[in-house]
Design a protein around this ligand. Structure first.
Ligand code: GTR
Length: 336
């Protein structure tokens, strides 16, 4: 009996030790659910090596770096996701997350953007950058929330000039009767009509063959676009009239952005702005390289002694603006 009790005691002590030991054992840390990577798409019309695309890549790189790879932005260049107008529509309803576009087609969705792209509005590039980097630029970025976009940043696009396959343009009279491709923008159609030419709006990607087959006689764009699209091969007369400076803009889909945390929204907004100096520097380099290429290719480049005649022809466009937009124009002109 005694023996029986001592065995029982031993068993109990053993169990107590075992149970106690169990209690002491370090707990394995609760497995943290792996953070899901967010993959987003940015649509760009230009080729991979164009300065706006380089800016897009820098924006994507900064977002990736600042979220430790948690947010990845894939840049779809060369219009892989469609032409600008169609892409803007898709960003508006959340099917594409971001796009970098010219504000010309954007103005079809937010009419007041016309005030930022009026012909001969800015004295020079420096004036435009003062406006875009100041309160007016910020107001415009914020203003497109109403149209379901988030305005992120501005990129450089230099000045636009006329070019054509027919003749040298020395004054508006030389443009008379020429069919000129414009961006899908009412303002740009009116501008070309005011100069006596026939405006033909069409997507960027269709312009080369339209020039080649004579559907249009000319178009208008900055040096880098004139070269990157090979338009210079089929329209060799290029006139430095610098009729517009049309800023480039990167926008996000409001529907998509609203689903992100406030912190992620802030990271994206800051990364876009921080990509600007890089894009602007790349732009300056590319402008020179493109101009050089056009000269080497034998393009006929017309330098105007003055663009006064072109400027005068644009007056009716200013008169047509609503009083609100005329006020914005006045404020822009006041920026010194
Ligand atoms: C370029 C601009 C493009 C596109 C194009 C056009 O200068 O960078 O986004 O708008 O002009 O003429 O369609």
């Amino acid at each position: 009996m005694k023996r029986g009790i001592s065995i029982l005691v031993l068993l109990l002590v053993g169990f107590a030790l075992f149970a106690g030991g169990q209690k002491e054992a370090p707990k394995a840390p609760a497995a943290k659910p792996a953070e899901k990577q967010i993959v987003m798409r940015l649509a760009e019309t230009h080729r991979a090596d164009y300065p706006t695309t380089r800016g897009d890549m820098e924006f994507a790189r900064l977002v990736n770096e600042r979220t430790n790879g948690r947010i990845k932005i894939d840049v779809y260049h060369s219009s892989q996701l469609g032409e600008e107008k169609a892409v803007i529509e898709q960003v508006q309803f959340g099917a594409i997350d971001f796009t970098r576009v010219s504000i010309s087609p954007l103005a079809a969705f937010a009419k007041h953007f016309d005030a930022l792209q009026m012909p001969y509005l800015y004295r020079d590039a420096e004036h435009m950058w003062k406006v875009l980097n100041g309160p007016i630029g910020e107001e415009f970025l914020q203003s497109i929330e109403k149209a379901n976009f988030v305005g992120l940043c501005w990129y450089d696009s230099g000045a636009r000039n006329f070019y054509n396959s027919k003749r040298e343009i020395k004054s508006p009279a030389d443009l008379k009767g020429l069919k000129i491709r414009v961006q899908q923008s009412e303002l740009m159609m009116n501008m070309v009509a005011a100069l006596g030419a026939i405006p033909t709006p069409m997507p960027f990607g269709e312009v080369y063959s339209a020039l080649q087959t004579g559907v249009v006689d000319g178009a208008e764009n900055n040096w880098p676009s004139y070269i990157s699209t090979s338009h210079f091969e089929v329209a060799k007369y290029y006139t430095l009239d610098e009729h517009t400076r049309v800023p480039e803009i990167t926008i996000g889909s409001k529907i998509v952005m609203d689903k992100l945390s406030k912190e992620d929204q802030a990271i994206i907004k800051k990364a876009a702005k921080d990509s600007m100096p890089y894009q602007i520097a790349e732009w300056k380099k590319e402008e020179k390289i493109a101009e050089e290429k056009a000269r080497k290719a034998g393009c006929i480049i017309t330098v105007l002694p003055s663009n006064a005649e072109f400027q005068a022809a644009m007056k009716p466009l200013y008169d047509k603006l609503t009083p609100e937009l005329q006020e914005v124009v006045r404020r822009i002109r006041e920026v010194k």
